[in-house]
Design a protein around this ligand. Structure first.
Ligand code: NAI
Length: 338
């Protein structure tokens, strides 16, 4: 009964009702893990995104504070907070895009795979909720190790009978963002003009920048190729070490997550030619999952681009990447199947 609601709740309801009648403008987006190091700046940036009409913030701690804070921003999206497992379903009902940065980050000396034991269980629980409450939502999975958590999510959805490979995307955008930045530095260009495809996966040697396909067309010395490949593959570790125990990349990750989510929403809206790299179910290689450029549309991943011509250096990198990826994918699949 609207009369029992607070004044602002009633106003919000009127606004949402108006929007619904006038043909929905904007999408409903949930962030799971919204009170974390990535979650908070991600929530702030999504509240600023004009494509978002409703923003649900879910976490197991601290969402009331984050929600109250962000809800005061005078941008269009209506923000609601959800706290604890008992509110997960409510947070997910009706969502069209679900972004997942929930889980523990690395500390110095850890690999992303060291996070598996904790994060695998978190991702399983959250994906069970998605299968039940918003099985048609596009899922952007950030929680590491992405090379294993995406296969975990796929298995959970398969079990629930809701798996659609077009709607499950592992977020590797930060690797692309870093690659664009580092390549631009070497070339003396503005990073906004640079486009580096990064394929494979999201950990160490599985991160495979295709420097032979950089736009604008350019060439690198063998020394530059070694330097850039190493820096792009270990960019995450650079941040983990600089933060010295306080976590991993959060601000650049929130930026990358919003860049990627915005591309997904533009695709959902029907924009043409939206292409980004993501870790998805794929037939580009013999592996069941692989990151490459994908075209995003109304149904999610509408086309997976082939890798294109690779040089000798990249072909040998690809073999190394595939070997590690196969193990990480299998580890995720067995976590659910066993
Ligand atoms: P954080 O520890 O600051 O935040 C994680 C948040 O998840 C916390 O607020 C925590 O309460 C919440 N959480 C824990 N269990 C949960 C559950 N069951 N349901 C909902 N929320 C839960 O960590 P940070 O720095 O935000 O990193 C989050 C994840 O993102 C980590 O796994 C990290 O490795 C990954 N990451 C991925 C990157 C990528 O490129 N894909 C880049 C950087 C980090």
């Amino acid at each position: 009964d609207p009369q029992n609601l607070q004044m602002e709740d009633a106003g919000t309801l009127r606004r949402l009702d108006c929007r619904a009648k006038g043909g929905a403008s904007g999408f409903k987006v949930a962030i799971l893990g919204a009170a974390g190091g990535i979650g908070q700046p991600l929530a702030m940036l999504m509240k600023m995104n004009p494509l978002v009409s409703v923003l649900h913030l879910y976490d197991v701690v601290n969402t009331p504070g984050v929600t109250s804070d962000i809800s005061h921003m005078d941008t269009g999206a209506v923000v609601r907070g959800f706290l604890g497992q008992q509110q997960l379903e409510e947070a997910l009902i009706g969502m069209e895009l679900v972004i997942i940065p929930a889980g523990v980050p690395r500390k110095p000396g850890m690999t992303r795979d060291d996070l598996f034991n904790i994060n695998a269980g978190i991702v399983r629980t959250l994906c069970e909720g998605i299968a039940k409450c918003c099985p048609n939502a596009i899922v952007n999975l950030i929680s590491n190790p992405v090379n294993s958590t995406v296969p975990i999510a796929a298995e959970v959805f398969k079990r629930a009978g809701t798996f659609d490979p077009k709607r499950l995307l592992g977020v590797t955008m930060l690797d692309v963002v870093r690659a664009n930045t580092f390549v631009a530095e070497v070339l003396g260009l503005d990073p906004r003009e640079v486009d580096v495809p990064v394929v494979g996966g999201h950990a160490g040697v599985t991160i495979l920048p295709l420097l032979s396909q950089v736009k604008p067309p350019c060439s690198f010395t063998p020394k530059e190729v070694d330097y850039l490949t190493d820096r792009i593959q270990n960019g995450g570790t650079e941040v983990v070490e600089a933060k010295a125990g306080a976590g991993s990349a959060t601000l650049s990750m929130a930026y990358a997550a919003v860049k990627f989510a915005d591309a997904c929403l533009r695709g959902l809206r029907g924009d043409a030619g939206v292409v980004e790299c993501a870790f998805v179910a794929s037939q580009v290689t013999e592996l069941p999952f692989f990151a490459s450029k994908v075209r995003l549309g109304r149904t999610g991943v509408e086309e997976i681009h082939p890798l294109g011509p690779l040089n000798e250096y990249e072909r040998s990198g690809l073999e190394k990447a595939k070997k590690e990826l196969a193990t990480s994918i299998q580890k995720g699949v067995s976590f659910i199947r066993k």
